[in-house]
Design a protein around this ligand. Structure first.
Ligand SMILES: *[C@@H]1O[C@H](CO)[C@@H](O)[C@H](O)[C@H]1NC(C)=O
Ligand SMILES: *[C@@H]1O[C@H](CO)[C@@H](O)[C@H](O)[C@H]1NC(C)=O
Ligand SMILES: *[C@@H]1O[C@H](CO)[C@@H](O)[C@H](O)[C@H]1NC(C)=O
Length: 339
């Protein structure tokens, strides 16, 4: 993955050199295509089920192609998980394949990875942001079509998206006409170009019956953050405060990826994958309701109040607000109920 921050810095520097007014506003407003936008037909919808579970065994679903659908392993009696990768990533990324393997290991389901890599290549971040809206609409049309042809129910769909893909997930829910998506999970939703967007232009709680967010690299780009800090779901989780993750400061990787926040930004996907198989108490990401990290960090949020929540795949639904937790600096990350 190449950093959103790096490309945004470049865009802002270029912009700042030709203009002299509020730089912050410009980040949101200059959504101009920087490169060819890419063809929606190049998006690949990769489907796995228990009858084709191997990494390379995916079935490519083609929108509006009945013959293709008739030969597909899609079973709309089962729950459907839809996964969006982020900027300069792809639909067969490790975290997506691992999610698929963990989910299918636990239950029979449809897992659909939306591979929109040709619409989000580095360094064309502004173009990629534009494609969030196009891709969400295109995917929503596919889901509406599957509803019409196969009775796919929105109430049995859970969409998961990382980075830019978190906004694409939310907007897919918004654009869907065949019902309200049951759940959308945003993994460190991208910040640049979205800080001041109204809620109908980014992920927000109205996109699904339940929206849960994991913030791992959230804050301003000046602080080395790629994600949105503000709460944008029904529940928002802030592991280790939600800005920088432990283990991402050491020089274990390339220093560049740490400087530009990629390690912390990608951590949301690792926490997510680990949470799918978390069943015993010490494997859970127990999280406490709290107003902010400083209060939590100083030990002033030790009680569960209306309830503590397990961040990730198995999160309980019904509560709202911001939740905090610490994690280990390396896998396994979960600390159970150790605050
Ligand atoms: C679809 O899933 C349901 C529920 O598990 C199962 O009963 C049914 O046999 C499946 N259909 C096909 C065609 O595999
Ligand atoms: C989505 O796409 C359809 C047809 O492709 C178009 O008519 C509609 O205006 C689009 N909606 C949005 C919100 O872009
Ligand atoms: C935490 O509680 C202590 C007293 O127990 C207090 O001195 C401190 O200011 C509190 N910190 C925050 C951030 O609320």
């Amino acid at each position: 993955m190449t950093s959103i921050i790096l490309t945004t810095f470049l865009a802002v520097v270029v912009w700042a050199s030709v203009s002299c007014t509020g730089a912050d506003e410009s980040i949101d407003n200059q959504v101009v295509p920087e490169s060819p936008l890419g063809d929606l037909e190049d998006i690949r919808f990769l489907l796995w089920t228990r009858s084709n579970p191997g990494d390379r065994d995916y079935y490519r679903l083609l929108p509006e192609d009945l013959d293709n659908l008739n030969h597909s392993p899609l079973n709309t009696s089962l729950p459907t998980y839809i996964i969006y990768h982020g900027f300069n990533d792809n639909g067969e990324s490790d975290w997506i394949l691992n999610s698929k393997t963990e989910v299918l290991g636990q239950s029979s389901a449809n897992v659909l990875s939306v591979d929109w890599q040709t619409l989000v290549p580095a360094p064309w971040y502004a173009s990629a942001v534009h494609n969030v809206y196009r891709t969400a609409n295109y995917s929503a049309r596919l889901l509406d079509w599957l509803h019409a042809e196969r009775g796919l129910q929105a109430t049995r769909i859970h969409i998961i998206g990382h980075s830019l893909g978190a906004h694409t997930a939310g907007l897919t829910g918004r654009y869907l006409t065949s019902g309200t998506i049951a759940r959308i999970t945003g993994l460190d939703p991208a910040g640049p170009f979205f800080y001041h967007q109204p809620s109908d232009r980014r992920i927000d709680p109205s996109d699904a019956a339940f929206v849960d967010i994991v913030h791992t690299n959230s804050g301003s780009i000046i602080e080395g953050c790629n994600g949105l800090f503000e709460p944008v779901g029904h529940v928002d989780f802030y592991p280790n405060g939600g800005m920088h993750q432990p283990g991402c400061f050491a020089t274990h990787d390339s220093d560049w990826s740490i400087l530009f926040g990629e390690c912390s930004h990608a951590r949301a996907t690792e926490l997510w994958v680990e949470s799918i198989a978390a069943f015993s108490a010490n494997q859970k990401f127990t999280s406490w309701p709290c107003s902010d990290w400083d209060t939590f960090f100083t030990g002033n949020c030790t009680t569960c109040g209306e309830g503590c929540l397990d961040m990730g795949f198995h999160v309980e639904q019904g509560l709202t607000g911001s939740y905090f937790l610490r994690t280990n600096p390396a896998a396994p990350y979960a600390l159970g109920d150790n605050q």
